[in-house]
Write a protein that binds this ligand. Structure first.
Ligand code: NAG
Ligand code: NAG
Length: 522
């Protein structure tokens, strides 16, 4: 039977389209230097502005798959199991278990930067796990240890690590991280199970505005086109007004609905899919969220240095063994059976959601947005007089009849907003870029607005013209009095929807109310 599993697809990326590489690189920045303690930035205050209560208010319900073997755990479960620490350069030192504890982990050299906490026993199930390593199945995965609800479904009671990120103006992002001892990979034909690794951190990210949820970002496989991405709160499956996430068997990435989520093809031959369902163990995290303050405040954005039992959050290393790259197929496929363990959760939280959710409109697009204070200062010092908005439009190029694509019934991602509504609209139409960049024609439409400092900017832009054309993203540029633009931002993806309809739809004009201040690095 098909079991399900992971590929740490990052390593397959060189064989995939370029926009995917960009997502990958963004996520590889995380091991950047921390802000060091400066005396003022002390321990966190978990009662700060009611954040503990907010984290618990939206504590997610994780539905594990009926096919799952590798159950969740906690850092307290995992730390005593590491046997040695390996340095990037290959040096190994035996684990000193007075340091591998939640309150001392950051006392490893360089707070663990460049280090890999590793286990000595077998960790490459093909497909069966060596019995000496059975602890990798997690507490609930041990024989006879699964608790049961009245209806017979498994019951998981592990903690989740909940980070809040105060973005200012009432915007608070909640990042819920889960920790599994092991990630079980995916079967890929003759190569066996690819993508196994020790230590598996996964997360779900919620956007709240003035205490109310507005969207959830579901992540798996390093995000980007491999994930479901941003889902509107009205489309999120809920229990008790809290979000439900469906965890992929083996690899544990979170998805908004049960089903098969194909996210890659290897060598154009092997379909790689996450499988989720609503039949396995239920992990209700309410009352089990360990609150963590990410940074000081929205203006300074200084990451906290954590103390005492929270010191493990300062650890900068990896949570499992190094991967392999010496398999014979590595050059062709880019991934072996065992891949690198991930870094920890406490990183990279300042970014906006995967995409900006915006309603479709019939006339011109409107873009309302803010500039961050460092950017405003820069603009003032450089004589900026205007801000230009550049709306990226796309439409599919004419298709060649390739004939092998027999179930292309949902319009392939290019339908207009005004039709094709009648049936078969899924709860969450993922904005996967299923159309390769080279199959899209792309162009941009521009608008200008006077530079307004910290106040809200608002620019009007003509709609994308043409049949099946759609707004895809936008970016801004800072321009001088003579109209010359001297600095351009990165792109922010736009996910458009139609009022009163579920899911996302594509269309020619949108009404964007972008609450994340522009700062060039995100
Ligand atoms: C383990 O770490 C503790 C705390 O830093 C230290 O006192 C002890 O000497 C170390 N043990 C070994 C065997 O290195
Ligand atoms: C949050 O509420 C405050 C006070 O009512 C309001 O000024 C602010 O605009 C709200 N935030 C957002 C992002 O809507």
């Amino acid at each position: 039977m098909t079991r399900v599993f992971t590929i740490l697809i990052t390593i397959v990326l060189p064989t995939l389209a370029s926009p995917l590489n960009r997502d990958f690189q963004n996520l590889q920045i995380p091991l950047r230097a921390y802000d060091l303690p400066d005396g003022r930035i002390g321990s966190q205050d978990v009662e700060h502005k009611g954040m503990r209560a907010l984290l618990d208010r939206y504590a997610p319900v994780v539905k594990l798959s009926i096919e799952e073997d590798y159950y969740p755990s906690s850092i307290d479960y995992m730390l005593p199991h590491y046997n040695y620490v390996e340095h990037d350069n290959g040096d190994r030192i035996p684990a000193n278990h007075s340091l591998l504890t939640p309150d001392h982990l950051d006392e490893l050299p360089s707070a663990g930067g460049g280090l890999w906490m590793s286990i000595a026993t077998a960790h490459n199930p093909q497909p069966f796990l060596d019995s000496k390593s059975a602890w990798l199945l997690g507490p609930a995965g041990q024989k006879g240890q699964m608790k049961r609800r009245a209806d017979g479904r498994g019951l998981i009671e592990e903690p989740v690590y909940g980070f809040w990120v105060d973005q200012g103006r009432g915007i608070v992002d909640l990042w819920y991280w889960t920790f599994y001892p092991f990630n079980f990979g995916k079967p890929v034909g003759p190569f066996g199970i690819l993508g196994n690794h020790v230590g598996d951190w996964e997360h779900l990210r919620m956007r709240t505005i003035n205490g109310s949820a507005v969207s959830v970002d579901y992540h798996s496989h390093n995000g980007g086109a491999f994930s479901a991405g941003t889902t509107r709160w009205s489309d999120v499956v809920k229990v008790d007004d809290r979000p439900v996430g469906y965890s992929a068997a083996g690899s544990h990435g979170l998805w908004p609905i049960p089903g098969e989520h194909v996210y890659a093809e290897l060598l154009n031959l092997f379909k790689i899919a996450d499988i989720t369902d609503d039949d396995g163990a239920v992990w209700d995290t309410k009352g089990r969220v360990e609150p963590v303050q990410y940074w000081t405040d929205p203006e300074r954005r200084r990451r906290l240095w954590h103390r005492d039992d929270d010191a493990w959050l300062n650890y900068r290393g990896r949570w499992g063994n190094k991967g392999e790259n010496d398999c014979w197929w590595y050059r062709a496929v880019g991934i072996c059976q065992i891949v690198d363990a991930p870094p920890g959760p406490n990183r990279n939280f300042g970014s906006p959601p995967d995409c900006i959710v915006a309603p479709l409109v019939w006339e011109s697009s409107t873009y309302a947005f803010y500039l961050s204070s460092p950017l405003v200062t820069w603009a003032e010092n450089h004589g900026i007089a205007y801000v230009q908005v550049e709306q990226t439009c796309s439409r599919p190029r004419k298709r060649k009849d390739d004939g092998d694509d027999d179930d292309d019934d949902d319009g392939g991602g290019g339908c207009d907003g005004d039709d094709e509504d009648e049936d078969g609209v899924r709860i969450a139409d993922y904005l996967h870029d299923t159309t390769l960049e080279e199959d899209l024609k792309m162009w941009s439409v521009k608008g200008m607005t006077p530079f307004a400092g910290r106040a809200q900017h608002r620019a009007s832009v003509l709609p994308c013209k043409g049949v099946r054309s759609a707004v895809k993203s936008y970016r801004i540029a800072l321009c001088m009095k003579n109209g010359k633009c001297i600095s351009t931002s990165g792109d922010r993806k736009v996910c458009s929807y139609q009022e009163g309809k579920k899911g996302y739809r594509f269309g020619r004009a949108v009404d964007v109310d972008d609450v994340d201040e522009w700062r060039w690095n995100v």
